[in-house]
Design a protein around this ligand. Structure first.
Ligand SMILES: Cc1cc2nc3c(=O)[nH]c(=O)nc-3n(C[C@H](O)[C@H](O)[C@H](O)COP(=O)(O)O)c2cc1C
Length: 416
């Protein structure tokens, strides 16, 4: 700056410069789109000593109407007292504060005001003024509120859905065998692990009469609620409750009486019945068989299901003949019966896709070979233990990737 002390011309130039700077600041404040207000912190109740044109536009009040008043005149019905208390405390403590609160224009219309108040200090650090900046954030606030409301509704719906899913999972678990039948010389075991809350796998071993057992494992396409609903329906029609069970059929020789239906009949009937389910594009693979506990012969039908694994003499290998068309795809599909007779020490394992197709984080499938190796390695364990080891290995394999499909195992052992 020019040395003004001894030079009147320089002093006059200094004054002109200061005035120009002040005018520039005034113009800047006046042309701001935001409301800008200054309150005198030295006077009782912090009256406004300045308000810009932006404040006039925002509130509808003229500068003349507001000078000398505390800015709380913008508050009214709907203004949150807790937010006002936040302002009061900040002003008392001489600290900066930003809040969003409901204010009212001169004509009474409400608007959401994002208000920032900053204390202004003199050279000694004493607060002399407060500067307030007001912005109309009504649209933003309403959009945010609507979003929050939608989110809350969504969360509430999701809570209901989770509760329903948990209840559905409970229903599904209640349909699993509580315990496997006790048959001397035979042992049965299973493991079931749905990938979500509910699953599309289903299995059971059911006493059909004093000598024969119905054995099934099935895997409904997909997983989740739709798959679980179908699997629950299937566990009903595959129950031993007389009248509605597909496991029995009217006796040709004894009219009015039910006989055990051969596996081909059961699967063919299921296929005709559930071909209708393709309207919701659902189908299922299954193995259904009848085990004669006296001869240890297992007569079964595979409908597109994974081959059972036969363990004999220290070697586990998939039975190659199994095949067939999944149930629910073609109403005219036909099925063929297979049969295997278990010798002492033999084991028969059944599994669903979730076992073989479990992928590790590198997207490598668990696969048959790994399963056969584990079944062989655990051949001396109790049947339950072998299944637990296999399931554990599958879960460890998927590890961080988590299970992508339901996984089930069912096994029969002859030990006489
Ligand atoms: C500079 C300045 C601007 C203010 N602007 C507003 C405003 O736009 N709207 C509002 O509701 N309150 C505003 N206030 C806050 C009120 O004036 C007052 O401080 C607040 O209501 C808390 O005090 P009270 O409990 O005594 O009312 C402003 C305060 C200051 C210091």
């Amino acid at each position: 700056m020019i040395a003004a002390k001894h030079n009147p011309l320089a002093a006059s130039l200094d004054t002109q410069l200061l005035r120009a700077q002040l005018e520039l600041k005034n113009r800047a404040l006046a042309s701001s789109a935001e409301g800008i207000t200054i309150a005198d912190a030295g006077l009782p109740d912090n009256p406004l000593i300045y308000a810009n044109a932006g404040f006039e536009r925002l509130t509808g009040y003229s500068v003349a109407e507001v000078i000398g008043r505390n800015c709380r005149f913008l508050q009214g019905p709907g203004t949150d007292p807790e937010t006002v208390a936040v302002l009061r405390t900040a002003i008392q403590n001489r600290t900066a504060v930003t809040v969003t609160l409901l204010n009212h224009r001169k004509d009474g219309t409400p608007f959401w005001n994002r208000l920032s108040i900053t204390p202004v200090r003199d050279a000694e650090g004493a607060v002399t003024h407060f500067i307030g900046v007001q912005s109309d954030v009504t649209e933003e606030k309403l959009a945010k509120d609507a979003l929050q409301e939608a989110n809350e509704r969504l969360e509430a719906a999701s809570r209901v859905m989770k509760r329903d899913l948990a209840a559905a999972a409970e229903v599904q678990r209640s349909l699993l065998p509580v315990e496997m039948p006790h048959v001397s010389g035979m042992r049965f075991a299973y493991r079931f692990r749905p990938c979500g809350d509910v699953g599309g796998d289903c299995l059971n071993v059911l006493p059909l009469d004093g000598r024969r057992l119905g054995v099934y494992i099935l895997d409904v396409s997909g997983h989740g609620v739709a798959a679980a609903l179908l699997s629950v329906t299937l566990s009903h029609v595959l129950s031993v409750v007389p009248g509605r069970s597909f496991l029995y059929q009217p006796c040709p020789e004894n009219p009015g009486q039910d006989c055990i239906a051969p596996p081909v009949q059961v699967v063919t009937r299921l296929n005709r019945h559930f071909a209708k389910a393709t309207a919701v594009s659902q189908f299922f693979t299954m193995i259904y068989g009848i085990l004669d506990t006296e001869t240890a012969q297992f007569r079964y039908v595979s409908a597109g299901h994974l081959s059972p694994v036969h363990f004999r003499g220290g070697v586990a290998r998939p039975i190659p003949e199994a095949g067939g068309i999944p149930v629910g795809l073609f109403p005219e599909a036909t099925y063929r019966e297979e049969s295997i007779t278990l010798s002492k020490g033999d084991r028969l394992y059944f599994c669903t896709d979730g076992i073989l197709e479990a992928e590790n984080p590198a997207e490598e499938a668990f696969g048959v070979d790994r399963m056969l190796e584990i079944l062989t390695r655990n051949q001396d364990a109790l049947l339950e233990g072998t299944l637990s080891s296999l399931m554990q290995c599958v879960d460890d394999w998927a590890a961080a990737a988590g299970p992508a499909d339901d996984a089930s195992l069912l096994a029969i052992e002859r030990n006489w």
